[in-house]
Design a binder for this molecule. Structure first.
Ligand SMILES: Nc1nc2c(c(=O)[nH]1)N[C@H]1C(S)=C(S)[C@@H](COP(=O)(O)O)O[C@H]1N2
Ligand SMILES: [Mo]
Length: 506
């Protein structure tokens, strides 16, 4: 047998380490996230940044073979990069480390730019990166044996390469096996038919008509995401059960089909997060469909003295929800659909709670599986145990979307706009003030309902120079935002949202 030169071994080491990293990141993605492997994200990024003309030429030349060719090209290029990193490793481990880092950063960027990306989506990339570094080190140490014969050295190197390759294959296969269950659930979500659930377009009257103001209806892909979960629970609707117990006459256990046997309630509801700072993005508005919580609680028969429901999620997260908010005339529901489609996994599929007027942390339990009728004095829940307020009604707020801080506009008549909300009370008025001047009434679009936000706009006479714009809202009870600044902890931020911008001579 011919001897393998050291540089060939380094190349092979790079290739084996590289593929092993792809395998572990693939497995991690299958097990921990609702994503394909990061390689797919990178491929999508490449497709997105490929100039249209190049793509068209490629498709013209290759016809329907364009996808397989793209995939094959990516695989070949990636292998070449791994080989190159192996060679770099023969010069110095630092260089290969930098190369892995660059590659991982690219992967990270590709993964995190995706719609609805979450921090945990980064884990597979990190896992892959660590695999690369460790495996190249393990192999690199065996490229040039310090002692023993050349044959022994070669054997040790090849044994390690084969072991790593084998280990990576096992990890990938395990990931696939675990992921297969998840794929099946994804399939059942896609095929799920929800009788009584409709899709609704927002009324055109809800649009104020200023570019850059947040759309009145938030697309599900753009809806903010907040939760404490590491791996998004993937629950097959046929495995889902809801238990209602505690201070009730009879304990109720419902399956998903039982739930859908009840009448469906639908509503536009704005959901917001208590940790949303003044002017922040943690708020969205969607068309929710589900079953009224009150209906289910009535079926269970509630005993006197209950003032709270402790909700528990499949992943163990808990929140205590004000009884009145769940049972009065507002549309508190166990939602099965968001914007007319089954809930996205990360928004609580198959069932989550939506309670108009309460911050998410005390109400909007995703992947909900348990409702315990109880008293606040007996409740211990995730965020209230960490110093956040027990009840969490949403505070009257307003936000400027246009201009954003730092924008440059043309002096003259400038259209500004944003959103305001006073959930379950309704917005009466929005006012803006330029450079500390008089408050000026803004126009309001159709708010939809008292449980949704409303778009506002105003036309300001703006001279050249730097400016400061403020907004404040008044609700239908006559309360006006005071301007006193309050931090998000313990029960939500307060203050006038302020942006600074500059205007140039026309
Ligand atoms: N299971 C579970 N549900 C949860 C949370 C969580 O951490 N786990 N976070 C809550 C918080 S703080 C908010 S603001 C909303 C956010 O819902 P969204 O991610 O669908 O926008 O979900 C709530 N429901
Ligand atoms: Mo939240």
């Amino acid at each position: 047998m011919s001897h393998m030169s050291a540089s060939r071994r380094w190349a092979l080491a790079g290739l084996v380490a590289g593929l092993a990293g792809l395998a572990t990141s693939y497995a991690a993605a299958l097990v921990l996230t609702i994503r394909e492997s990061p390689v797919v994200a990178v491929a999508e990024l490449v497709v997105d940044v490929t100039p249209g003309a190049v793509a068209e030429t490629a498709i013209g030349l290759l016809g329907s073979a364009d996808k397989p060719v793209l995939v094959a090209t990516i695989i070949v290029l990636t292998c070449l990069v791994f080989v190159a990193i192996g060679w770099l490793g023969s010069r110095s481990w630092r260089r290969s480390l930098v190369a892995w880092l660059l590659l991982a950063s690219f992967g990270l960027f590709a993964v995190l730019r995706q719609d609805g990306a979450r921090a945990t989506d980064a884990i597979p990339v990190v896992v892959g990166f660590l695999t690369w570094v460790v495996c190249l080190d393990l192999l690199g140490r065996r490229v040039s044996p310090a002692s023993g014969s050349e044959d022994d050295g070669r054997r040790r190197f090849l044994t390690m390469a084969v072991s790593i390759g084998f280990g990576a294959a096992v990890v990938a296969a395990l990931g696939r096996f675990v992921g297969a269950g998840r794929r099946r659930v994804e399939e059942s979500r896609r095929l799920l038919r929800l009788p009584g659930v409709t899709r609704r377009e927002p009324s055109p009257d809800t649009r104020i008509g200023v570019d850059g103001v947040s759309p009145w209806r938030t697309r599900s892909e753009d809806f903010y995401l907040i939760d404490t979960t590491i791996a998004v629970p993937i629950i097959d609707p046929s495995d889902w059960q809801l238990r209602i117990h505690g201070m009730v006459d009879r304990e109720v256990v419902l399956t998903f089909t039982d739930l859908l046997d009840r009448e469906v309630t639908e509503a536009w509801v704005t959901l917001s997060c208590v940790s949303n700072p003044v002017g922040g993005p943690l708020i969205g508005n969607a068309w929710w469909s589900g079953v009224r919580v009150a209906t289910l609680l009535e079926e269970a028969g509630v005993q006197d003295g209950a003032d709270a429901v402790l909700q528990t999620s499949d992943d163990g997260w808990t929140c205590g929800t004000l009884w009145d908010a769940l049972t009065d005339d507002r549309d508190a529901m166990l939602a099965v659909a968001m914007n007319g489609r089954p809930l996205p996994f990360e928004h609580g599929f198959p069932v989550r709670t939506i309670v108009p007027g309460l911050y998410g942390y005390v109400s909007a339990c995703k992947w909900v599986v348990d409702l315990e009728v109880t008293r606040f004095s007996d409740v211990s829940a995730f965020w209230t145990d960490r110093g956040w307020a027990e009840r969490g009604p949403v505070k009257l707020s307003s936000r400027i979307d246009v201009p954003s801080s730092g924008d440059e506009v043309v002096a003259g008549a400038v259209r500004v706009g944003g959103v305001a909300w006073a959930q379950h009370v309704g917005i009466e008025a929005v006012e803006v003030a330029l450079d500390g001047g008089a408050w000026q009434r803004a126009e309001l679009a159709d708010p939809g309902t008292v449980d949704t936000w409303v778009q506002w706009a105003a036309t300001l006479d703006v001279g050249p120079g730097d400016h400061l714009l403020r907004v404040r809202a008044t609700d239908r009870d006559g309360t006006t935002q005071s301007g006193v600044e309050v931090d998000v902890l313990p029960d939500g931020a307060e203050g006038w949202h302020t942006v600074d911008f500059s205007a140039d001579e026309a």
